[in-house]
Design a protein around this ligand. Structure first.
Ligand SMILES: [Zn+2]
Ligand SMILES: [Zn+2]
Length: 681
């Protein structure tokens, strides 16, 4: 039977999932992502002509294009059902403009979950393309292209060919670099804490020194600490005050993109890219033993914690059935979106609350299941009552010293139950049901001092950024958007400006160089506030308050000035090394090439001698004898062997060198893997 309508989405799985819902009258095909984009080998923006983009068909997409055209022939209506955001809108609009010659029967449909109800509802009210949303997308694309394309040659001139700098990534790099310098310059300060182990009858507990003569206790060194201990020891420890209170702990809002990425990193150790990859699979559809794939979560790029009325009703019924009415708040919990969040969007939640993680275990990969469980529990908990703790805090006087002890007991579990009904992550964190259990005490009562324990501490520098804390910072500073957090991090790693070591971003020497150059010549590009403002202006194009032309013009004029100044003034820098050229005896200098750092003779081009800078670690391949060298490729950073191409050893990390008892490096052990598989951005 000939199908009457065509539906275009961006991925084959999503096509299958939707196809099942729409039935026989619709043929659903995939565009395989963007078909049209800016050219790869030139700027592709006509700056004089109002920053007009010069789109081309992406090489290799001709076939996909031809088959779309063929599919579209004789169809009554062509529906573009790509993802409900700027990118999705732009993909569809480009198809209408360039492929279907602005035909009137090309319409847009959007939905935030691929469920029968949401999809059918959306197809009842198809609309025209949103011109403002598209203008905002084009504005962002053009702005990023101008910055990336015009900045990169300056990096080549000063540092090394093949480098590049993007707009938002550079601001993120700045955060990482500033933090690294803060850590390096940090001056740890010594301080001491004093604890008393006290007892009443058979039960003992710990109290902490809080005040001395009614002033906050501040003990700076060992001598002071010892004196306090001596003096306190001979005092009577008397209960001076007992305070009982109730503490409520509220559930968190359901996930939006940034909070999902943070939580998945903190609890599952997934980096942002991995989280988005898995979330996309859950969204587009998974085979769960029915005829076609089923979408398990709502759209994963969102900045709004809003939940549809149907989903609220569903989850409230589920809560009162599964946990009892006393866990259900009288009215649904409401969570506020950030100022500029797109209110039409929805929180990330399961599409069907009765689809318990346990019931899907056999259909999901281990990682898919972990992420689904995280999303499921978070949403379920978000509509439950707060947990309640009974908190007792006790003041204990010992002469002029005042000690403090507090304990808490969980009296009502509330939303915590959502985290305990399966083997998913427990969200209760450090707050155990009972903390520092204390005996029943009365004011005026004397306690036995068992032990007094001084301990030395030092103030700590701030931690390096992780995926989680960087996303949090980008979010709070207004620099990140749901679609940009993961690509920002991915790009920084890929360009080897920072490396992820044990989950934390360590900037590389290259990262420092690029950042410092940008700070010197393009302070605005690496300014967080300026970048946040740019992002806000791009959002305002979508709201219709600004035009793309105005935003681009305002940006370009001062940018061009900095660019011209930099072009005149940037000079290649020369770093002289300690090493002497084996061939001619002149000093060697450090140069940066496409593949990384190397030593070159300062007498170049007369003497062409050059050599690699090795890490000093032996290649772990048996009988190789080479040393490992830092390398960069288009796929990111890795270690390779100095005997390449004879030896093809590669690794993301330096193999650990076991030390023999006399301290000499012994046999090295590596974990050789193919370089293609090592991208962890
Ligand atoms: Zn030489
Ligand atoms: Zn080797």
């Amino acid at each position: 039977m000939k199908k009457k309508n065509l539906v275009i989405v961006e991925s084959p799985t999503k096509a299958k999932t939707i196809s099942k819902i729409l039935g026989d009258n619709f043929s659903v095909v995939s565009s395989m992502g963007h078909i049209i984009d800016l050219p790869q080998k030139k700027l592709g923006v006509n700056i004089e002509k109002g920053f007009e983009p010069e789109y081309v068909i992406i090489p290799g997409k001709q076939k996909a294009l031809a088959s779309l055209k063929k599919e579209a022939k004789d169809k009554d209506v062509i529906y573009v059902a790509t993802d409900p955001d700027r990118e999705g809108e732009a993909i569809g609009w480009q198809l209408k403009e360039r492929v279907f010659n602005k035909m009137k029967n090309v319409l847009r449909v959007t939905f935030y979950e691929i469920t029968p109800a949401a999809v059918n509802e959306a197809f009842k009210k198809p609309r025209d393309f949103d011109a403002k949303m598209i203008e905002a997308q084009v504005g962002r694309r053009v702005l990023d292209r101008i910055v990336g394309y015009l900045l990169s040659p300056l990096l080549w001139k000063k540092i090394a060919r093949g480098l590049s700098a993007g707009r938002v990534q550079s601001a993120a790099l700045r955060l990482i670099i500033d933090r690294e310098r803060e850590i390096k310059n940090f001056n740890p300060k010594e301080y001491w804490e004093i604890e008393a182990e006290l007892a009443k009858a058979q039960s003992n507990f710990i109290a902490k020194l809080d005040k001395i003569d009614n002033q906050k206790a501040e003990i700076k060194n060992k001598e002071e600490a010892e004196r306090v201990c001596q003096e306190a020891k001979i005092e009577k420890f008397i209960v001076s005050q007992i305070k009982k209170s109730e503490k409520k702990r509220y559930p968190s809002a359901p996930f939006i993109t940034s909070t999902m990425q943070q939580d998945a990193f903190n609890k599952l150790k997934f980096n942002a890219n991995k989280t988005m990859f898995l979330a996309q699979q859950l969204y587009e559809g998974i085979d769960i033993g029915q005829d076609n794939p089923v979408s398990l979560i709502t759209y994963m790029r969102t900045d709004s914690p809003r939940v549809s009325a149907e989903a609220i009703n569903e989850v409230r019924d589920y809560i009162s059935l599964s946990f009892g009415k006393d866990c259900l708040p009288e009215k649904p919990n409401y969570y506020k979106a950030k100022k500029l969040a797109q209110e039409a969007h929805e929180a990330i939640r399961p599409t069907f609350i009765a689809r318990h993680p346990e019931s899907l275990k056999s259909f999901l990969s281990l990682d898919q299941h972990k992420l689904y469980t995280l999303i499921y529990n978070r949403f379920l908990a978000s509509q439950m009552k707060p947990a309640i703790y009974a908190v007792t805090s006790v003041g204990i006087a010992a002469g002029k010293y005042l000690f403090n002890a507090s304990g808490s007991t969980l009296t009502f579990a509330g939303f915590l139950l959502a985290y305990k009904n399966n083997d998913g992550e427990d969200d209760s964190g450090n707050e155990k049901t009972e903390k520092n259990k204390m005996p029943l005490l009365k004011e005026g009562e004397a306690l036995d001092l068992l032990k007094i324990i001084p301990s030395q501490h030092f103030t700590k520098p701030p931690a390096r950024y992780s995926d989680s804390s960087l996303i949090k910072a980008l979010d709070e500073d207004g620099v990140g958007r749901p679609s940009t957090y993961a690509p920002i991090i991915y790009t920084l790693i890929l360009r080897d400006y920072a490396r992820r070591i044990k989950g934390y971003f360590n900037p590389t020497e290259l990262g420092f160089k690029v950042c410092d150059l940008l700070v010197e010549y393009f302070p605005k590009i690496v300014d967080i506030k300026f970048t946040a403002l740019m992002e806000e202006e791009l959002d305002e194009i979508e709201e219709g308050r600004l035009t793309k032309l105005k935003v681009l013009q305002d940006f370009y004029a001062p940018f061009k000035e900095s660019l011209d100044f930099a072009q005149k003034n940037i000079k290649k820098e020369v770093i002289v090394s300690e090493e002497i050229c084996e061939k001619c005896g002149k000093q060697m200098i450090i140069k940066w090439g496409r593949k990384g750092k190397f030593l070159s003779c300062s007498n170049f081009p007369e003497c062409k001698f050059s050599k690699s800078i090795t890490s000093g670690v032996k290649c772990p391949e048996p009988n190789c004898g080479g040393e490992l060298i830092e390398r960069r490729s288009r796929r990111g950073f890795f270690y390779g062997c100095s005997n390449f191409p004879k030896c093809r050893f590669v690794s993301r990390t330096l193999p650990e060198v076991p030390r023999t008892p006399d301290g000499c490096p012994g046999v090295t052990q590596g974990n050789p893997r193919k370089v293609e598989k090592m991208i962890d951005g």
